[in-house]
Design a protein around this ligand. Structure first.
Ligand SMILES: *[C@@H]1O[C@H](CO)[C@@H](O)[C@H](O)[C@H]1NC(C)=O
Ligand SMILES: *[C@@H]1O[C@H](CO)[C@@H](O)[C@H](O)[C@H]1NC(C)=O
Ligand SMILES: *[C@@H]1O[C@H](CO)[C@@H](O)[C@H](O)[C@H]1NC(C)=O
Ligand SMILES: *[C@@H]1O[C@H](CO)[C@@H](O)[C@H](O)[C@H]1NC(C)=O
Ligand SMILES: *[C@@H]1O[C@H](CO)[C@@H](O)[C@H](O)[C@H]1NC(C)=O
Ligand SMILES: *[C@@H]1O[C@H](CO)[C@@H](O)[C@H](O)[C@H]1NC(C)=O
Ligand SMILES: *[C@@H]1O[C@H](CO)[C@@H](O)[C@H](O)[C@H]1NC(C)=O
Ligand SMILES: *[C@@H]1O[C@H](CO)[C@@H](O)[C@H](O)[C@H]1NC(C)=O
Ligand SMILES: *[C@@H]1O[C@H](CO)[C@@H](O)[C@H](O)[C@H]1NC(C)=O
Ligand SMILES: *[C@@H]1O[C@H](CO)[C@@H](O)[C@H](O)[C@H]1NC(C)=O
Length: 757
């Protein structure tokens, strides 16, 4: 998480960007000023007019660009890329008025400035016990499933991607394997690897290669489809079998993220290729502020993927616990929040007087049971150092090297103090936080974290009241804890793009996950760190997303013909609702934690086809012209000649959400739903509603009778009530359709939102 960066890291960043600015200026000088006042934009034109239309699309792109720019040479120089395998679009450097002119053109859905997004992970860690009971597998089908991952590349030498025993790639595979520095090539597990570097304005030009020098892409890909690797651990911590959710499936990596971020232009190019290449699912652990759908390359890419039967599963963001921070919210995307698993890590601290206490965190170091001198930041102040810094918090430049050297130092504050202590030659770091955190950073010295008001006080007093204070920090060990709960950093709803679609959809493990890592980077990422490991811990909705992607692939291996919406519905309606632990907790977890095994037999599904999404877009105010372009072809789509989307939300969504303004107190909504029977032919489902007293919820009819498999039945849900209370009000109800073998659950969440902004 960005906000957690320590001072030292921030300083390194400044130095780097200064150097790059210098480079950019030099480049500007060479290229001439005309091109450089321009900014990169994406001109999005919907679906290709017909199959294999890339050549004619390129001509059209060039003509439109020339028309907007006016000058042939400038137009040629401004053009960056023509998409056109699955998506009709191009990227070019434009002036604002040229962009405006283009957006008024007939064939154009939207024109938006290229932005950069970030990976949705923190630098912190744990291990996931994927259910070992997954004996029920459709192995032959699973081995033909290709999971497309858009990320930082892949380190194919990882033991998680060993292809021993795998046959050649499935026949449908049309993808490629790019070459590049330090990349040993694809195999029968990692069947594709490409990289995208369209954004020449990225501050650091990394080597053009699909290899993962970050660790994030290797981590997410192995969570989705890594093979089981016995005895994997980080320096012995969390030892076990690391494995992906669909270990037989194949991986196609599309590298779109570089040290400077993940550019919209690259993301869209990767979607364009992945859809054409034949992936079955797309897993994307990248985020950015939510935007109107057709100004958002992830929503656009996922929309085209959906049209080709490919589900896109996305990380929901790491900006929690604040509400209204959820990202990647388009209704055709599976939006995933991060939750905990049942283990955490603790380190014993022993003091010179024999006192034993403990801290939390992942400490890979062993101090060999030897006592070290112990002090705190306040006692180690450098009187001629940075006087504006806070030495109790061990701020950079405030401590005396002479005092810190060889000692364990007690520092107030969040994280990053170990960097300073390491620089000054300290032996270890104990960080004291105001409130316990649920995720941890790897540290550069032996370290652990205590809560200031709890065992922190004990350490503080010991240091102040002892002549020669001493301490030792032990290597971390695993302890059990109650789970699951939603991680503090996981982004919360509500979303503001379509206010009445509940997001996130589900939660999956994303806290302190041990998975494959690259050996091209140290485990902390610090160049001075000499610890390299094939497995490492990371936390984030980035880690939750590939769990959900793998669960979706698992469902698909049993039901290859199900639509993306059907797979998503199966995961949502069989999820385990989360216990609400914090304020606004109802907005953090959607339908709950995924349960892949139950999801292969959901009983009923809420399916959504293309036309229904389009009717929904009409209801949301998209016009006929735009929608015609989205679908492509010659047919002009006219919203008014189509069956209008019905009901409060206008979509057959597996959850129900009413988002009122603060000035509205009357609740009145009708939701129309249609379910498809995917269980036995002859079955009967009964509705059960649980709701708070402020709501009156009626389901019509209360019983659904099916005679055949795949038969559809419709029902409606009337939600009435009122909430006159001031402030934010959340009312949480559930609809459950059940028969002997199934329970098909939908949350019904009413939110009356005080203006938060
Ligand atoms: C891959 O796994 C096989 C079988 O377990 C093993 O013999 C082989 O050495 C492994 N290859 C690599 C590169 O680790
Ligand atoms: C104290 O800070 C000053 C100024 O930054 C620095 O030159 C000096 O080396 C520091 N002294 C010690 C003992 O770390
Ligand atoms: C130093 O930082 C700690 C932890 O953030 C804080 O509690 C303390 O008040 C700060 N001291 C000063 C003098 O600012
Ligand atoms: C210990 O000493 C430091 C520095 O003098 C002071 O800031 C802190 O409040 C003291 N702690 C206790 C528990 O007395
Ligand atoms: C990648 O390879 C190049 C040369 O081929 C080398 O200079 C560089 O250090 C390598 N990078 C990493 C991260 O290993
Ligand atoms: C799509 O779903 C809607 C609503 O269930 C249905 O009316 C329509 O016929 C379906 N369209 C296609 C092409 O299957
Ligand atoms: C559709 O929207 C675009 C862009 O907002 C606008 O230029 C166009 O005139 C609209 N078309 C119709 C038929 O309303
Ligand atoms: C859409 O159809 C309606 C009614 O059939 C018609 O009045 C309207 O002009 C049409 N709009 C477009 C953009 O073709
Ligand atoms: C209620 O608030 C919304 C948003 O703040 C505003 O658009 C709307 O006009 C208000 N309605 C009434 C009846 O005041
Ligand atoms: C709600 O707030 C309004 C204006 O701030 C106030 O007039 C009203 O009495 C409050 N109602 C309740 C139930 O607290």
């Amino acid at each position: 998480m960005e906000k957690m960066q320590n001072i030292a890291a921030t300083m390194i960043h400044c130095v780097v960007s200064f150097a790059c600015c210098f480079l950019c200026l030099a480049a500007a000088f060479v290229q001439g000023s005309i091109v450089n006042e321009r900014k990169p934009y994406i001109v999005y034109m919907g679906e290709l007019p017909h199959h294999g239309a890339r050549i004619s699309a390129m001509d059209e792109h060039n003509n439109l660009l020339l028309k907007a720019v006016g000058d042939k040479n400038i137009a040629r120089e401004s053009k960056i890329y023509s998409y056109g395998k699955s998506i009709n679009a191009f990227a070019a450097r434009l002036l604002p008025d040229e962009a405006k002119r283009l957006s008024d053109e007939d064939g154009v859905v939207s024109v938006f400035e290229n932005t950069r997004r970030k990976l949705l992970t923190t630098r912190s860690w744990d291990f996931l016990g994927m259910p070992t009971s997954l004996k029920k597998r459709n192995a032959v089908v699973e081995t033909n499933i290709i999971v497309g991952v858009l990320d930082t590349g892949i380190w194919p030498e990882s033991p998680s991607f060993n292809d021993t025993g795998y046959g050649p790639p499935p026949a449908k595979w049309k993808g490629k394997c790019d070459k590049g520095a330090n990349f040993t090539g694809c195999n029968n597990k990692v069947i594709g690897a490409r990289y995208y570097q369209l954004d020449s304005s990225l501050p650091i030009m990394d080597d053009p290669t699909p290899v993962d020098t970050d660790g994030h892409g290797t981590h997410t890909a192995s969570i989705a489809a890594g093979i089981p690797v016995k005895g994997s651990s980080l320096y012995g911590i969390a030892k076990g079998t690391a494995r992906g959710g669909v270990p037989s499936a194949r991986i196609a990596m599309y590298k779109v993220c570089w040290s400077g971020g993940c550019s919209d232009m690259d993301l869209l190019a990767a979607f364009d290729d992945a859809i054409r290449d034949g992936v079955d699912l797309i897993s994307l652990s990248i985020g950015g502020a939510s935007r109107e759908f057709f100004h958002d390359p992830i929503a656009i890419g996922a929309f085209h993927a959906m049209r080709k039967g490919i589900l896109t599963s996305c990380a929901g963001g790491n900006d929690g616990p604040m509400i209204a921070t959820i990202q990647n919210v388009a209704p055709w995307i599976l939006t995933v929040a991060a939750s905990s698993i049942d283990r955490q890590f603790t380190s014993t601290i022993k003091l010179g007087d024999g006192t034993i206490t403990s801290g939390n965190g992942i400490n890979t170091f062993s101090m060999k049971n030897k006592m070290y001198p112990f002090t705190d930041g306040a006692h180690a102040t450098n009187l001629t150092g940075n006087i504006y810094g806070n030495s109790s918090a061990c701020d950079y430049g405030t401590l005396s090297e002479d005092i810190v050297k060889g000692k364990i130092v007690y520092c107030l504050g969040d994280a990053g103090q170990d960097y300073t202590i390491n620089t000054l030659g300290g032996a270890g770091t104990i960080m004291a936080v105001d409130a316990a955190t649920d995720y941890y950073f790897l540290t550069l010295t032996p370290a652990t974290t205590v809560v200031r008001s709890k065992n922190g006080g004990k350490l503080d007093r010991y240091i102040n009241c002892t002549k020669n204070p001493q301490a030792v920090i032990y290597k971390s060990r695993t302890v059990r804890m109650t789970a699951p709960f939603v991680a503090s950093f996981s982004s919360r709803g509500p979303q503001l793009t379509n206010r009445n679609i509940l997001k996130p959809d589900v939660t999956a493990p994303g806290l302190n996950i041990l998975a494959a890592y690259t050996k091209l980077k140290s485990i902390t990422g610090e160049p001075t760190d000499r610890r390299y490991s094939a497995f490492n811990f990371m936390s984030g909705t980035s880690m939750a997303c590939p769990h959900a992607s793998a669960a979706a692939a698992y469902v698909k291996s049993f039901h290859p013909d199900w639509s993306p919406a059907a797979i998503k519905s199966a995961l949502m309606t069989t999820a385990t609702p989360m216990k609400i632990r914090d304020k606004y907790g109802e907005l953090s977890s959607g339908s709950g934690q995924i349960n892949p095994i139950r999801a292969i037999n959901p009983g009923l599904i809420y399916d959504i086809n293309q036309s229904s999404y389009i009717s929904f877009l009409c209801k949301e105010g998209y016009n006929s012209t735009t929608i015609g372009l989205l679908i492509g072809g010659k047919r002009k789509y006219n919203c008014s000649s189509f069956k209008p989307a019905r009901g409060f939300d206008g979509l057959n969504y597996p959850s129900m959400h009413i988002h009122l303004n603060s000035n509205e107190s009357r609740i009145s909504a009708v939701f129309y739903r249609t379910v498809t029977n995917v269980g036995d032919g002859n079955s009967e489902f009964k509705a059960k509603v649980t709701s708070p007293k402020e709501l009156s919820i009626t389901v019509i009819p209360k019983t659904l009778k099916f005679k055949t498999k795949y038969q559809k039945q419709s029902f409606k849900v009337l939600v009435k009530g009122s909430s006159t209370k001031n402030g934010t009000v959340i009312l949480s109800a559930t609809l459950e359709w059940s028969n002997e073998g199934h329970s098909v659950k939908s949350p019904i969440i009413v939110l009356k939102q005080q203006s938060f902004f």
